[in-house]
Design a protein around this ligand. Structure first.
Ligand code: G1P
Length: 306
């Protein structure tokens, strides 16, 4: 009998998507609608994220939700009435669009109760995840499917063990918006060893310009650390603080690595970036792109003439 002696090489199947935020930056749109349901072109932001998890081989998705999150559950469930109406009309194209999200993945939901921060949201997944490495995807970051980051992180975790975070070099002026990592190189050119982490430092205090972006492949050891992580920045239990302990406390024997991402990432977390993401993605769409680009050129020309 062959035993799998190395649990870090267990195939990763579970993805956790925190979706309990209040979305206050998008009020009033998010008064009764979760921000994860806001459309990016014509698809809710959350569907891109689930599709990304699935394309990296993660078919078990746990969403950490809160109040007002019913629309999320409805979106990933069947809508018989709508399907029937479209079928009667013979509108196969729209029927396919409605059905797209029904069977994407096995989706589970757990409620966070008190919104006590990202670290707390991840801790809510402990029971569902159990004792195996798992991914965390934050909905405010959209990663272009042509630049598959998560699959690379899953492979890096299998090769190096421990946890793997996604890092991107940003303008030092922007680092206060992100977790920031101090790193050392490894033999893999796109993988670094994380030696320290700070949540949203001022530019002057930042150990580097490597920003943590919203993709993580985590060792389940993070749960025990989160259980004893005190509230940090913003009085919230920060995932970054738990990962900082894993990265720096050798006794925990659970190192943290980073995959340095150089691909296309769209931030949908603030209004300006959200609008820019929509314009960029619409311009690249086969059905909308030509019209959109022609209109944009005209619009910009008029703006410059003013
Ligand atoms: C969270 C994390 C932060 C990370 C960011 C990526 O912050 O706490 O470390 O850099 O996501 O998007 P948030 O943007 O949710 O405040």
């Amino acid at each position: 009998m062959v035993l799998n002696m190395d649990s870090s090489r267990t195939r990763i199947t579970k993805a956790v998507i925190p979706a309990a935020g209040l979305g206050t930056r998008f009020l009033p749109a998010t008064k009764a609608t979760p921000k994860e349901m806001l459309p990016v072109v014509d698809k809710p932001a959350i569907q891109y994220v689930v599709e990304e998890a699935v394309s990296a081989g993660l078919t078990d998705v746990l969403m950490i939700t809160g109040r007002n999150k019913r629309p999320l559950e409805d979106h990933f469930d069947r809508n018989h009435e709508l399907e029937e109406a479209l079928r009667k009309k013979g509108d196969e194209a729209r029927l396919a669009k409605v059905a797209e999200s029904n069977d994407l993945a096995n989706i589970h939901y757990v409620r966070q109760g008190d919104p006590r921060g990202l670290g707390h949201a991840v801790l809510c997944a402990a029971e569902h995840v159990g004792d195996q490495p798992f991914a965390v995807l934050l909905g405010d970051d959209l990663i272009d499917p042509r630049d598959p980051l998560l699959a690379r992180m899953v492979r890096a975790q299998a090769d190096h063990g421990g946890s793997v975070i996604a890092l991107m070099e940003v303008d030092p002026e922007q680092i206060h918006l992100y977790g920031c990592a101090a790193v050392e190189t490894t033999a893999d050119s796109d993988v670094v060893r994380v030696t320290n982490l700070v949540e949203k430092p001022a530019t002057a205090d930042a150990p580097s310009n490597y920003a943590v972006i919203g993709r993580y492949v985590l060792d389940p050891a993070v749960f025990d650390v989160l259980r004893t992580t005190e509230p940090g920045r913003g009085n919230e239990i920060q995932l970054t603080d738990a990962l900082q302990r894993l990265a720096t406390d050798e006794a925990l024997d659970s190192p943290v690595y980073g995959v340095v991402f150089k691909g296309r990432r769209y931030d949908t977390g603030d209004r300006g970036d959200y609008l820019r993401a929509i314009v960029r993605l619409a311009c690249e769409r086969e059905d909308l792109g030509a019209d959109m680009r022609a209109w944009l050129r005209k619009y910009v020309a008029e703006e410059m003439a003013d």
